[in-house]
Design a protein around this ligand. Structure first.
Ligand code: DQQ
Length: 476
């Protein structure tokens, strides 16, 4: 690193194209996606990154770029800890295109103050062109946590244009009370004024998911006149799950309407949405490992970003639905398909490619006389993920087995409204499986199969079902 406050290393030296659907650098640790932005024709994805180790620590911002949302190139480190308010890490944040050109990134500067305790402030850095070189604001930190409150944390700024001003929200929690989002305003993206509480846990009625003790990575999704807040639920240093709260902004506060789990899988956290995409909203999340820390260190890397997700509203704005973006559906690549296959209690297998390629598999099933249809993802004859559609319970159960590498087995359930037919998109790429229902629900799991003799095996209980169609596409 040439200088702690401006990175001037050669932009391309030593880097090679890293074509993969799920971005990650070649080595080291990653967690949250940060600073997602469509800028000058490219999609830029930054992320929490420890380049030195496959363990969390000394957090930098890594950087990858794509022109098509399918293949990603690794770029030089964007932000590194300096000698000021980010001496112990550049934690999560966002990026915004400035009206006069260039991009400003807002991030969380941290300094260690004790065991698992950090001073957390909002800092900024600016860049232009290919976003390889960033210059930190001399005035950092721009914002300090509000005084007089016993806060559990104060981090992860997210910024959007709000009429003729800019709004920023920052995630937090008050000890013994619950989650908080604080809001700030600015006319110039540089000077910020405190504008009150944007959302408080006491104002959210959540009979479903637990809302924890602190809210990380708050994001505001706005599309077609509807709004929702995404939250990552933190509880006494545990990263629990992610939720979406639909509602609307009124006089600078978010008025919640409903709460739903955002991703039902075992391995999803810290989702973020891109800026610079107009009315369109694209989200990415972090898919942490499900194998032991020793296995991660042995591999030399840990963590993936998910594939991008199209975020839209349904049912008059009361639900956020997630789907595979058109760019992935239209991506060039070989494909095969089959139609109208009878599924009974005798297993029927459909081979997947043996190559180490990312697949998008689209399955349409009609329940017919069956009560449950099961899909097993198998590799070398071993089942590594089971997806069971129980039409009468209106559930999709996703289960994975425990493994010697330290993967904890378990099952999760996604609601399914339709009892007659179901359509699923599966993104299967090495050690990650993302499952999208056509009703807009998603689960993300990390699994570690050998990548040989891959196949999908279908069975039906209680009567015959029909595999109306299966389309298998190689994306990379
Ligand atoms: N990860 C970052 C924080 C954020 C948390 C630190 C969520 O900024 O709150 O790496 O995973």
């Amino acid at each position: 690193m040439s200088s702690p406050d401006s990175l001037t290393q050669d932009a391309t030296e030593g880097l090679t194209a890293h074509g993969t659907l799920h971005p990650r650098p070649r080595r080291g640790w990653i967690n949250d996606p940060n600073g997602l932005i469509q800028f000058e024709g490219s999609y830029h994805v930054f992320f929490q990154h420890n380049p030195e180790s496959a363990e969390w620590g000394a957090i930098h911002w890594g950087h990858m770029v794509s022109s098509d949302l399918v293949a990603w190139d690794e770029r030089p480190i964007a932000l590194a800890p300096g000698d000021g308010p980010d001496a112990d890490g550049c934690w999560s944040g966002c990026a915004i295109e400035e009206p006069n050109g260039g991009v400003v990134a807002f991030y969380t500067g941290v300094c260690v103050t004790g065991e698992k305790e950090w001073r957390q402030t909002v800092c900024a850095a600016r860049s232009q062109g290919d976003l390889d070189i960033w210059v930190k604001e001399p005035a950092n930190p721009l914002i300090e946590a509000p005084e007089g409150l016993d806060l559990v944390g104060f981090r992860d700024p997210f910024v959007w244009q709000d009429g003729d001003r800019w709004s920023m929200i920052v995630g937090s929690g008050i000890r013994g009370v619950g989650g908080r989002i604080f809001r700030y305003e600015s006319a110039d993206l540089t000077a910020w004024t405190y504008a009150g509480e944007f959302l408080r846990s006491e104002d959210v009625d959540s009979p479903g998911p637990w809302l924890g003790t602190m809210w990380e990575c708050p994001q505001l999704v706005r599309r077609d006149g509807h709004e929702a807040v995404l939250l990552s639920i933190h509880d006494e240093h545990r990263l629990l799950h992610t939720v979406v709260i639909t509602g609307r902004t009124e006089a600078g506060r978010f008025v919640p309407n409903g709460v739903e789990v955002l991703d039902y899988g075992h391995n999803f956290y810290a989702p973020a949405v891109a800026t610079g995409t107009g009315n369109r909203q694209l989200g990415w999340g972090w898919a942490p490992e499900a194998r032991s820390p020793e296995a991660q260190v042995n591999e030399g890397w840990s963590g993936l970003l998910t594939a991008p997700r199209e975020l839209q509203f349904a049912a008059g704005g009361v639900r956020l639905i997630q789907s595979v973006p058109e760019e992935l559906r239209r991506a060039p690549g070989t494909s095969s398909s089959q139609e109208n296959l009878a599924i009974s209690n005798a297993p029927r297998s459909v081979p997947l490619t043996d190559a180490d390629s990312a697949l998008m598999v689209t399955v349409r099933l009609e329940a017919g006389r069956s009560s449950q249809v099961e899909l097993r993802l198998e590799s070398d004859g071993v089942t590594y993920l089971t997806i069971a559609w129980d039409r009468y319970k209106r559930l999709l159960l996703v289960a994975r087995p425990s493994t010697e590498e330290g993967t904890e087995g378990g099952a999760i359930a996604l609601p399914v409204d339709d009892t007659e037919a179901i359509e699923l998109d599966l993104l299967i790429d090495g050690t990650i499986v993302e499952l999208f229902t056509s009703e807009g629900r998603v689960s993300t799991d990390r699994v570690y199969p050998p990548l040989h003799r891959r196949q999908l095996t279908f069975t039906s209980l209680g009567g015959e079902a029909t595999l109306t169609s299966i389309v298998i596409r190689e994306l990379s």
